[in-house]
Write a protein that binds this ligand. Structure first.
Ligand SMILES: C[S@@+](CC[C@H](N)C(=O)[O-])C[C@H]1O[C@@H](n2cnc3c(N)ncnc32)[C@H](O)[C@@H]1O
Length: 339
């Protein structure tokens, strides 16, 4: 029988006996390699699910296992046997295989690939391991909490200094309730993440599924979205995410404008075939945002935008931000946001 691997994470065995280990921490290089692999796996999974959705009635990104089990027994069998096979043959030393895009021609092949991907995610420690790697990446010795820059900017912002009440903030993609945005005392923070690591303090929620506000009480003065947009696998959904910001922000009041803090990996704006800073600012301007601050660090770029309100938004139909080539060259990445 194949040797059972401990995956990349060294941690304690689960006391619940379900085989999932409680992740502890990772060395920086291993954390980076695990994050990269998870990004690839999650992106491939998203591509497959997008193709499967029109073919399997009722299937979505969250319910696909139950949906296949209940409505497509043969496809479920294929998915499940590939998943089990992958787990049984896992040695922990497999090369990071790229997905063969030919699988997307055939439903059977797609669910088989989905099974393999889910098997690999499980073998590498599950989403818990990924979240630990991401949190370790936030550690000050490895780049730190990006909201420190936001607070520095706000502290020197004259408009902000006039505010003597506590502001409301939404932190999307929150890994820790101890980030500067939560501890600085300026905000009452609502924290959400796709995979909460602390459900008492961080709500497990996809921002794209968060019900749109029906009153100003459900809106915010600040949205923080650090290293999340690049995590969203689809360029179209990234654009929708930016649009949704406008629905969650308070309208300007007494000369005060709500704000959005965005962080992206630098190559998204410096080395993409389809995107650059000018295009980003164009999109944001169409949505009624105005750039207040910008800072380029070695690996990431930070922006602070203020929102001029729904009256400043231009009709989306007027502005076709499509996926068109801006920079040519073989070494470019494909990051893009469309609206
Ligand atoms: C790379 S981490 C960045 C975390 C942290 N904000 C930082 O700056 O280090 C991205 C996080 O965003 C979360 N995320 C991605 N898409 C999301 C969505 N649609 N709604 C909520 N959280 C999301 C992921 O679960 C992940 O924890």
């Amino acid at each position: 029988m194949a040797r059972k691997s401990r995956g990349l994470l060294k941690g304690n065995r689960s006391i619940t006996g379900n085989g999932i280990r409680k992740p502890k921490s990772l060395k920086p290089q291993k954390a980076r390699s695990l994050i990269r692999r998870y990004h690839t796996l999650l992106k491939d999974k998203e591509i497959i699910l997008k193709q499967l959705k029109p073919l399997v009635e009722g299937l979505d990104n969250k319910n696909y296992v139950e949906c296949l089990r209940e409505t497509q027994p043969l496809l479920f069998w294929k998915y499940n046997s590939e998943l089990k096979l992958f787990i049984e043959s896992w040695t922990g030393k497999q090369a990071n295989e790229p997905m063969n895009k030919d699988v997307l021609q055939d439903t059977n092949e797609m669910v088989a690939m989905l099974g393999k991907i889910d098997g690999e995610i499980k073998c590498r420690g599950g989403i818990e391991a990924y979240q630990v790697a991401l949190t370790d990446g936030q550690d000050s010795t490895r780049g730190g909490d990006s909201s420190k820059r936001l607070i520095q900017w706000l502290e020197s912002n004259t408009q902000w200094q006039k505010k003597d009440t506590i502001m409301s903030a939404l932190e999307i993609g929150c890994l820790s309730a101890n980030n500067c945005i939560s501890t600085c005392g300026m905000f009452e923070v609502t924290r959400i993440d796709l995979n909460s690591q602390n459900e008492r303090l961080i709500l497990q929620q996809d921002f794209m599924d968060r019900p749109l506000p029906t009153s100003s009480k459900e809106k915010f003065d600040m949205i923080s979205c650090s290293l999340v947009l690049n995590y969203v696998p689809d360029h179209n959904v990234r654009g929708q995410m930016l649009w949704r910001f406008t629905q969650f922000l308070n309208e300007p009041k007494n000369g005060f404008y709500s704000k959005v803090f965005i962080v992206l990996p630098l190559p998204c704006v410096t080395n993409s075939r389809y995107f650059n800073n000018a295009r980003f600012i164009d999109i944001m301007t169409h949505l009624g945002f105005c750039e207040e601050e910008y800072y380029e660090a070695k690996k990431v770029a930070y922006w602070l935008f203020s929102w001029k309100g729904s009256k400043s938004m231009k009709k989306v139909a007027e502005c076709a931000f499509k996926k068109t080539e801006i920079n040519s060259g073989l070494s470019r990445n494909n990051f893009c946001i469309t609206l």
